[in-house]
Design a protein around this ligand. Sequence first.
Ligand SMILES: [Zn+2]
Ligand SMILES: [Zn+2]
Length: 140
Amino acid sequence: MTAPHTGGCRCGAVRFEALAEPHHVSYCHCGDCRRASGAPVSAFVGFLVDQVVFTGKALKMFESGPVTRSFCGICGSPIAYVDERLEDDIYFMLGAMDVPADFEPTLHAYVSEQLAFLHMSDDLPRHLKTSVKRRDGTVP
Ligand SMILES: [Zn+2]
Ligand SMILES: [Zn+2]
């Protein structure tokens, strides 16, 4: 995989481009991602926010504490999340990438909230909570 990496929502009203390689690809099992995605497990591709360009006018935001999740205001596809404690980063839903097969997760986060019936037979590192340290030291 080589940059730029493109992605967008299901209807095409939200598009984005990342001009560099991701610094982070992970699964997240937390209940908040589960609600936001509707899926039993989510996966994210993290880039530096200043290496990402959005096009289109349909991007909507939902703020919950320090975390803001974005989605397409027309088709509802989840797009990304940002955390004000990780101000340099943006994490895209892996499924929003145009070539999701290029982004193989390297770890699991929040396995403390993993659904008991979900079995994923890989040998990746498993973090009980977050895998990315917040700068203020808190755990979301
Ligand atoms: Zn859309
Ligand atoms: Zn999560």
